[in-house]
Structure formats: structure tokens, C-alpha cells
Design a protein around this ligand. Sequence first.
Ligand SMILES: Cc1cc2nc3c(=O)[nH]c(=O)nc-3n(C[C@H](O)[C@H](O)[C@H](O)COP(=O)(O)O)c2cc1C
Length: 167
Amino acid sequence: MDMSRWIQPKPESEFSEHKVKHYQQDGESTVYVTNQEFPYPDGALIVSRTDLDGIITHANDVFVDISGWTRDEIIGAPHCLLRHPDMPKAPFADMWATLQRGERWYGYVKNLRKDGGHYWVYATVIPNLRKGKVIGYSSIRRKPSRERINEMSALYAEMLKNEQEGK
Ligand SMILES: Cc1cc2nc3c(=O)[nH]c(=O)nc-3n(C[C@H](O)[C@H](O)[C@H](O)COP(=O)(O)O)c2cc1C
């Protein structure tokens, strides 16, 4: 397979290298994380579904557009494809624990784009049931307010620092 298309060009500006796990590559592809924020489109809902392991089984058009990946690259990939290195571990641990209790999780997430930029979402994640059994999960995201993005950026930076210092 030609790997070159997975490697993003190094931006001229300040960047940090971030390895993103991607299923199609039997390994990892490299995304150079930039500080560029992409505005969440007004009034749009970003929707995805996963199986029990967090592998993406459905993504709506808005999800595909804002992520920068193609639909083919997204379907079958683990949802951590979007994981931004500025996100602490704790919100995702809380998400999975909440889902495993059969409950819905709400939270703010900074997501990584294929081009190294990012977009903030306010996410609701729910277990999908069939005949009383959890068969997967769905997430619907809305546009977060600028005030909450600012608050959550500061909070997540603090949480990440504490996690990295082992506190
Ligand atoms: C339905 C669903 C939607 C998710 N959406 C996101 C998302 O938008 N961004 C993200 O980083 N993780 C999302 N996750 C969590 C990822 O599966 C993963 O736990 C997270 O990215 C942290 O990566 P890690 O588990 O490799 O540390 C979602 C999980 C589920 C079940």
C-alpha cells in the first residue's frame, strides 16, 4: 500500500507531531497538530455510530466533512481516530464507564482533524439497545458555546498536566 497519502505535509509554522492510530495502515499514520480551529457549522448535528469496541459503523455527511477524512477512511476505523492530544484521558474513561452502566454520557470534546486542525463539540453518547441488549453506541454532537470552549480548554489543560505529572 502507498503510505505517503497518510502522511500530512509538515506545516511551516510551529507544530507538534502526533501519531494517530489508523486501521487501514496496520500501524500508525502521522498527523502534525496545528492550532487551527475549524468552526462547528451552525445548526448542524454531527452523528456517528460504533460497535461495542468503538469501531465506527456509521457517520453522517457533516461528520465526514468536518473530520477531513473520507467516508471510506472513517468507516471501520476506531473512534480514537479523532482523539486530540490536548484531551485528557479522564473524560473518555468516564464516557466508557457511563456507557457500560447503560447510561448516556454528555461532554465537551476537542476533536482532531486529518489535517491536524481541530473542532470542539458538545457530545451526547448513548448505548444502542436491541431486545434489551447493548449492541453498540451512538453519538450526536451539537455546537458548543465559545464560553464553554474556553472553560473546557482551561480545565482539560489542567487535567492533562495532572495526568502527565501522575497526580
Ligand atoms: C459512540 C462513540 C463516539 C465517540 N466519539 C468520540 C469523538 O468524537 N472523539 C474522540 O476523541 N473519542 C470519541 N469516542 C471515544 C473513543 O472511542 C476513545 O475512547 C477516545 O478517543 C480515547 O482514545 P483511547 O481510548 O485510545 O485513549 C467515542 C466513543 C463512542 C463509543
